[in-house]
Design a protein. Structure first.
Ligand SMILES: [Zn+2]
Length: 302
């Protein structure tokens, strides 16, 4: 496996605050705009790799602050979504895009099956394996862990100004999203999107679908299993802005301590995806205000 990830120059996934005791697990799919040196920037100038097409600006520092405030483990991807979007099933056209918004991605044109498999095996698989392990740990510790996915979106998309300050995205299960929407809208200060600017039909709920409705085969938990269940639920276009992020911490040591019997044979965890408009979290002060606001709301619901 060593040589498999060598080309990445870094681990594909980072785990922070792994022992966090809070009832939440945080995930940040598009935390980084890193492109491995061997891919030569995918043929793009640095100016394109700074744009939201490569990552979700501001999402990682916001997720980190929430991780502190909620004492929650945080899993984030360490590679740009332009290399491989961990929030898409590998069979989805949005997994490795040849064009994002109006930008062609030269390094993704007509890539071989081997190159596609290399990216899936060295980025997608370890990312979701780590998240599996972290959720299993949380299930072992908490009655009802909740999974919060943190993203950001660009204020102007295809010349259209977006009014929402934050979007609360959810699937059919609204146990977490409904009270969160009510709380965020309570003082009338913010424009809060309900499945806006994206919705699960756009394909953006892949990570949460995959992990929150996971089927467990039996009482014992098998952390090493990799790409088990539930993949592949999304369809639809590439949409939210994304990247993924940073240098790596190993997660393997977590697995051992979660080996006790698991009563959850049919997991149905509460989840929500938060989309912050990136200009509202571009400064430290802006991020702090949103982090405190979200912490209050999430604690009130829990
Ligand atoms: Zn995103």
């Amino acid at each position: 496996m060593q040589e498999l990830s060598d080309w990445l120059d870094r681990e594909a996934v980072t785990l922070e605050n792994p022992r966090g005791l809070g009832p939440f697990v945080l995930v940040c799919d598009h935390a980084s705009n890193w492109v491995p040196t061997s891919l030569k920037g995918l043929g793009l100038p640095d100016s394109e790799l700074e744009r939201h097409i490569a990552w979700d600006p501001g999402a990682l520092p916001l997720a980190r602050r929430l991780s502190e405030l909620l004492d929650a483990p945080l899993v984030h991807a360490a590679v740009s979504r332009l290399v491989l979007d961990v929030n898409r099933d590998p069979s989805h056209p949005g997994s490795i895009v040849t064009r994002s918004e109006d930008t062609d991605i030269p390094g993704n044109q007509e890539i071989s099956a081997e190159e596609r498999a290399r990216r899936v095996q060295s980025i997608y698989e370890p990312y979701h394996r780590t998240l599996d392990e972290v959720i299993e740990q949380s299930v072992a510790r908490n009655e009802s862990p909740q999974i919060i996915s943190v993203h950001s979106f660009t204020p102007i998309y295809r010349q259209e100004q977006r009014p929402w300050h934050i979007g609360v995205l959810h699937g059919e299960d609204e146990r977490l999203s409904r009270p969160l929407l009510e709380l965020l809208r309570a003082d009338g200060e913010f424009c809060v999107g309900d499945n806006q600017p994206y919705a699960p039909t756009d394909g953006v709920y892949h990570t949460l679908h995959r992990h929150c409705t996971r089927q467990y085969a039996g009482a014992g938990m098998n952390s090493g299993g990799g790409m088990s269940s539930g993949a592949g639920s999304d369809s639809g276009g590439a949409s939210d802005s994304g990247g993924a992020s940073s240098s790596g911490t190993a997660s393997g040591s977590l697995a051992a301590s979660s080996a006790k019997a698991n009563p959850h044979t049919n997991l149905n965890l509460r989840s929500v995806l938060l989309e912050l408009r990136s200009d509202t979290i571009s400064s430290e002060d802006g991020r702090e205000q949103w982090a405190l606001r979200l912490e209050r709301a999430l604690r009130a619901i829990h």
